[in-house]
Design a protein around this ligand. Structure first.
Ligand code: TXA
Ligand code: MG
Length: 316
């Protein structure tokens, strides 16, 4: 059910859960002050309870209500990328944030979305938790109909059409005197480098022996269609009839090509990625060959990671 910003605000204020647009992906929003709404989000998404949520603020001054100490460089990051697709994991004063929102961690993840509707909703009803508006494990929702596919036609969605970025925010955490990437996202390491003065490393999602579990969400299966994906960096030899590829390349004898965009246009590719993954399931296509002959840096690194995760098979 498509609803207006006003109705979205009314419903959130009444304690309901509502899907809202952000510049990255649609979020399943509830008020941070309302642990019952947060509980409902976990249930709706079938989200494991050890996977904390991102808190969406309207203004950076609000951080002071929750955060213990501000790591070095945070001002520069906020000046450069807030509002926008950057999430910061920070040590918090536990009493200020319901434990359920942060999966009982002593940290919480924050961002200020750039999307004017998301910001105005957070401004009017207060800070929001908003995980991506998809069933756990499925590709994120970048269109209102994706939300409806996962939660039904009657689920309230503040409709803003397609999300511009199409890929989730980049998550940074301050560790061992440096900001590190806990989740690759819409902002690349190369974009962060000039602001930080160094290229931030990506933290391995699986904890090594004496390392604390850092970004619990990354351990679960993610971004995956039911359809099986075969990733390849070689040229197409007709192995699988359906191809996910690029509009400026040819795939001789392919029965069907789902084009992500031109191989020179990473923004369009990221904008369309989840819609194409969801299209496979929508059309009940059992398998697709994916052209992964793309660069290893910039936003391409995020696209590679999402496709690799999407191709993983169910563990159980
Ligand atoms: O772009 C986005 O970030 C979207 C839009 C809606 O804002 N949201 C989003 O939320 O992607 P979600 O819940 O799908 O992903 C949140 C990620 C999870 O991998 C979770 O583990 C991580 O953030 N996270 C949340 N709190 C954390 C914390 N305290 N420490 C480490 N990771 C955390
Ligand atoms: Mg998600």
């Amino acid at each position: 059910m498509r609803i207006s910003v006003d109705e979205g605000c009314d419903r959130l204020s009444r304690g309901e859960v509502v899907a809202i647009p952000t510049e990255t992906v649609y979020g399943l929003a509830g008020r941070l002050e309302n642990p019952r709404a947060i509980e409902q989000i976990y249930q709706l998404k079938h989200r494991p309870s050890n996977n904390p949520m991102i808190i969406h603020l309207a203004q950076r001054e609000q951080l002071q209500n929750y955060v213990r100490d501000m790591p070095p460089g945070i001002e520069d990051l906020m000046n450069a990328f807030w509002p926008g697709p950057l999430t910061l994991v920070l040590s918090i004063e536990p009493a200020t944030i319901p434990a359920i929102a942060r999966a009982h961690l002593s940290t919480a993840a924050f961002r200020i979305p750039k999307h004017p509707m998301a910001r105005s909703i957070a401004q009017r009803v207060g800070p929001l938790v908003a995980p991506s508006a998809n069933l756990s494990g499925r590709p994120s929702a970048t269109l209102p109909q994706h939300v409806e596919e996962d939660f039904g036609l009657n689920f309230p969605v503040v409709d803003a059409g397609a999300c511009t970025q199409g890929i989730e925010s980049t998550i940074l955490v301050f560790q061992a005197k440096q900001w590190r990437i806990a989740r690759l996202g819409a902002l690349s390491a190369e974009q962060l480098q000039p602001v930080l003065g160094y290229l931030p490393f990506l933290i391995a999602p699986t904890p090594s022996e004496n390392q604390q579990l850092l970004c619990p969400g990354l351990l679960h299966r993610h971004y995956a269609p039911a359809s099986q994906l075969f990733l390849s960096e070689k040229s197409y030899a007709g192995e699988v009839p359906v191809v996910i590829g690029f509009s400026d390349r040819t795939y001789p004898n392919a029965k069907r090509i789902l084009a992500l965009g031109a191989s020179t246009d990473v923004e369009t590719v990221s904008h369309r990625l989840y819609a194409i993954l969801r299209q496979l399931d929508h059309e009940r296509i059992p398998a697709a060959w994916v052209d992964l002959n793309v660069p290893h840096n910039g936003l391409w690194k995020t696209i590679r990671e999402r496709l690799t995760r999407a191709a993983e098979q169910e563990a159980e």
